[in-house]
Design a protein around this ligand. Structure first.
Ligand code: DAH
Length: 359
């Protein structure tokens, strides 16, 4: 007896794989494995009538073909089901839409914005200055002469000398020459140079803040970055004094931390102010009892400040007898770290979304 099982198998598998829906698949199952008239079923039913030799030969072959077809049918059914559920999902108009994830402001931008708003409400103007600065504005004009040890307070990134500036010295006035002579370029180490730039072109009375990026050639750690931000403050008039300063920053911190803040002024040294001060606020977390944030001291150091040094007024072209003023400089990152309880300054520029998304 000759039965072409190979042909049957090829044909059946071909049809099964080409099937487009479950109904057609069921029809195929019946065509081949149907209980009464299935092609394979009929062959199996004819086994008992075969010779012993044929039975021995075809019995196992038919059985294995049957199993193969059953498996192919089952797989195909699963594939069809998966496909149809995918199809359904993509056209289910009752499903809620996918949420578009919106970006938001960086925590530093948020704090800077808030600081700008508070000082604007206190009638301060907002002024900006260049990040690439000359040695003159960053140091000399602020009473930090060359070779003075005070320069060590600011580790500096120096830039290559600007040759064009130094070549054109002839047509310059005396004071311009002075500036050009010390016009080695650097990345500003603080926002204080903008004090000079502003006073050169404005007359008191005025009050300004200067937010901006500053740079230090330093090793980084939890509280140091090579690149960070400061907000400089400067208020100049005929009789500005430290009491005015204390009121202004008291008001500022009260609005920033949204509670009454106790302030402490400590003597300190900065070449561009006399007297120079360090400003502490009573720890806004523990209220002065001592905690991790204030390193158990009860106080947080928040800014440097002082009364503008006569030499600074002179450098800006004022007669120091005519005016008095206060100046201050605060670190934006430091304020943000206190406000949001951020333990490491390096997180701000880590680019880590897990950090950014918390704000
Ligand atoms: N420029 C100082 C710094 O970077 C901060 C500072 C201290 C600014 C005292 C001031 C000031 O205006 O009066 O460390």
């Amino acid at each position: 007896m000759r039965i072409d099982l190979e042909k049957l198998k090829k044909e059946a598998l071909g049809l099964i794989s080409g099937v487009k829906d479950a109904k057609a698949l069921e029809d195929l199952r019946i065509k081949y494995l149907g209980r009464t008239n299935g092609e394979l079923t009929k062959l199996m039913k004819s086994l008992p009538k075969m010779s012993l030799a044929d039975r021995r030969k075809f019995g196992p072959l038919l059985n294995s073909l049957k199993r193969e077809l059953e498996a192919a049918l089952e797989n195909k059914l699963a594939a069809l089901k998966a496909q149809s559920s995918k199809l359904k999902a993509s056209i289910d108009i009752t499903m809620p839409g996918k949420k578009v994830s919106l970006g938001h402001l960086h925590p530093l931008t948020m704090v800077e914005k808030e600081i700008r708003e508070i000082f604007t409400a206190l009638n301060f103007s907002i002024v900006e200055g260049p990040e690439v600065e000359s040695e003159y504005y960053n140091f000399d004009a602020l009473n930090i002469p060359k070779d003075h040890p005070a320069r060590e307070m600011w580790d500096t990134f120096w830039l290559r000398q600007n040759e064009q500036l130094t070549n054109n010295k002839k047509q310059l006035t005396k004071s311009e020459k002075l500036k050009v002579n010390s016009s080695k370029l650097l990345l500003r180490t603080h926002t204080s140079p903008v004090q000079i730039r502003y006073m050169e072109t404005h007359q008191p009375p005025f009050q300004i803040i200067v937010p901006g990026r500053v740079f230090r050639y330093e090793a980084t750690d939890v509280s140091h970055e090579t690149n960070f931000h400061q907000v400089e403050g400067l208020m100049v008039g005929k009789d500005i004094n430290l009491a005015n300063f204390k009121f202004v920053i008291g008001e500022f911190f009260k609005r920033l931390f949204k509670k009454n803040v106790v302030i402490r002024l400590r003597p300190s040294y900065f070449p561009f102010v006399e007297p120079g001060l360090e400003v502490d606020v009573k720890c806004v977390r523990c209220g002065g009892k001592g905690c991790g944030l204030c390193k158990e001291s009860g106080w947080l150091e928040v800014m440097g400040a002082g009364m503008v040094h006569p030499k600074v007024f002179e450098a800006a072209g004022y007669n120091p007898r005519d005016f008095r003023g206060f100046a201050f400089g605060l670190g934006l990152e430091r304020i943000a770290m206190i406000k949001y309880n951020i333990p490491d300054i390096r997180l701000f520029y880590s680019g880590d979304l897990r950090f950014i998304k918390q704000f």
